[in-house]
Design a protein around this ligand. Structure first.
Ligand SMILES: [Zn+2]
Length: 83
């Protein structure tokens, strides 16, 4: 069970984990409240930012790709010099 405070009136809402990320109607003021995930505060902006940002793994892949391209270019030069 998770809890969050209503952003409109501060009323404490308790909800099941499977409802995390969804919106619920506050029983006190009737406004829609975003139910955050188990990791804490979760807003749609945070999720979007995290999804767009390249991970460390992706950066590593790009680095390898760069080295690979440079190696291919060198190989191409060598082949051109030989023939
Ligand atoms: Zn409320």
């Amino acid at each position: 069970m998770l809890t969050t405070g209503c952003t409109h009136c501060g009323h404490k809402l308790a909800y099941d984990e499977r409802h995390a990320g969804k919106t619920a109607k506050c029983p006190k003021c009737g406004e829609r409240v975003l139910l955050s995930g188990p990791t804490g505060v979760l807003s749609p902006a945070d999720v979007g930012e995290r999804g767009a940002a390249p991970t460390e793994d992706e950066g590593m892949h790009l680095k390898i790709l760069g080295i690979f391209c440079a190696a291919l270019l060198c190989l191409g030069l060598v082949v051109t010099l030989i023939y």
